[in-house]
Write a protein that binds this ligand. Structure first.
Ligand SMILES: [Zn+2]
Length: 371
């Protein structure tokens, strides 16, 4: 079947369905991810002028590589699957794009040569590729993780194995995934004396995507490790607390409700996951010719305005917990701000928000409007 996205035309196997087998070569549900990638690469070129080479590490149909090549990047496409390599070659030719196509183990390729930008877009966890990516990448590592159940603690053992961390299933599960993933990536990079700075991160339907700018200095790696810590979470009242540092000091009872159903998660990334100024630049690079432009621009607006707090709340879950009816989000957030707290929407869902208020302070600030 023939698909068009971002101005390139691709031949991909299979019928136009959301079936798993077709998704091995072309996943239509990831078009927003790819549109944002192209916009991010454009904005990144302005931020770091030396960045010219781009590795599409799991190229499959070649869609990312073709789109980056059409945008002027010096592209390498790699895949271990011979059929994928042929498909990528055909699709590059179909669009008159030049790129190097490698049929080999991408970990070996990444250890061999430097790339300015490496894009890891595997099915499942990206961790088997992280070390090789950080070993030789100069500027930017872009990572997709689709194993959201392990990342958020719903598939606990798998999450522990893949990320060498303890994820916990909470009401902010998608953000748990974001912070478990970046924690593991930061620790992988630190082994090579590389510090990571997440400049754009989003959790969208069934995947997490993050863009990590690298700094090749031991002190930067130390600074990244300093952003790690633990989250203590009360399953009864949804109180949560962030505790920086690699040594946990878990809470046995909840400081808010005195309950003892406390969870400890970590090490998680507690630092910023966005660079608002960079996201504004990315937003400006999303043309309306991209099929997902309205959603991608809206996502950028929400991300840029999101408070830098390590967890978010869901208004509906809080209100259910309190036995109170939810009101309009804008009124709810206005109550928080009127009470002197910071508050923003979060991109994790229509009723999610961030604030510097604790769960008790949120209730006190909003309860009058809810009853
Ligand atoms: Zn509690």
């Amino acid at each position: 079947m023939r698909v068009t996205e971002g101005g390139v035309e691709l031949e991909v196997p299979g019928e136009q369905t959301d079936g798993i087998e077709e998704a091995v070569f072309y996943n239509p549900r990831q078009e927003l991810n790819r549109d944002l990638t192209i916009a991010t690469l454009r904005a990144y070129r302005e931020r770091e002028a030396r960045a010219t080479s781009y590795l599409d590490a799991m190229t499959a149909s070649g869609v990312r590589g073709v789109r980056a090549a059409a945008d002027g990047w010096d592209v390498t496409c790699c895949d271990v699957d011979e059929q994928a390599v042929e498909l990528a070659r055909d699709n590059l030719e179909r669009n008159d794009c030049e790129a190097t196509v490698e049929h080999r183990n991408v970990n070996a390729l990444m250890h061999d040569g430097p790339f300015d930008v490496i894009d890891l877009d595997p099915y499942g966890t990206p961790m088997p590729f992280a070390d090789a990516a950080f070993a030789n990448c100069r500027d930017l590592v872009c990572v997709t993780a689709t194993d959201t159940a392990p990342l958020c603690g719903a598939h606990f053992n798998s999450g522990v194995r893949s990320y060498s961390a303890v994820p916990r299933n909470t009401d902010y599960h998608a953000e748990m995934g974001v912070r478990i993933l970046i924690s593991a990536l930061a620790r992988s990079a630190a082994r090579f004396d590389v510090g990571v700075e997440p400049i754009l991160t989003h959790a969208t339907s069934h995947y997490v995507r993050t863009y990590l700018e690298l700094e090749h200095k031991a002190t930067s790696a130390d600074a990244a490790i300093d952003e790690l810590g633990h989250l203590y979470h009360c399953e009864d009242c949804l109180y949560r607390e962030a505790d920086p540092g690699l040594i946990a000091d878990p809470l046995e009872t909840c400081p808010h409700c005195d309950g003892n159903r406390m969870l400890t998660a970590g090490p998680v990334w507690l630092g910023p996951v966005q660079d608002s100024a960079f996201i504004a630049a990315v937003r400006d690079e999303i043309p309306y010719t991209f099929n997902t432009a309205p959603q991608a621009r809206e996502l950028c607006d929400t991300l840029a305005a999101e408070l830098d707090e390590p967890t978010h709340y869901d208004q509906h879950k809080l209100c259910r917990n309190w036995g109170l009816p939810a009101n309009a989000m804008d009124d709810f957030l206005a109550d928080l701000r009127d009470a002197g707290y910071e508050a923003s929407r979060a991109h994790y869902g229509g009723t999610t928000f961030k604030t510097d208020a604790s769960v008790g302070e949120i209730r006190a600030a909003t309860a009058d409007s809810l009853e």
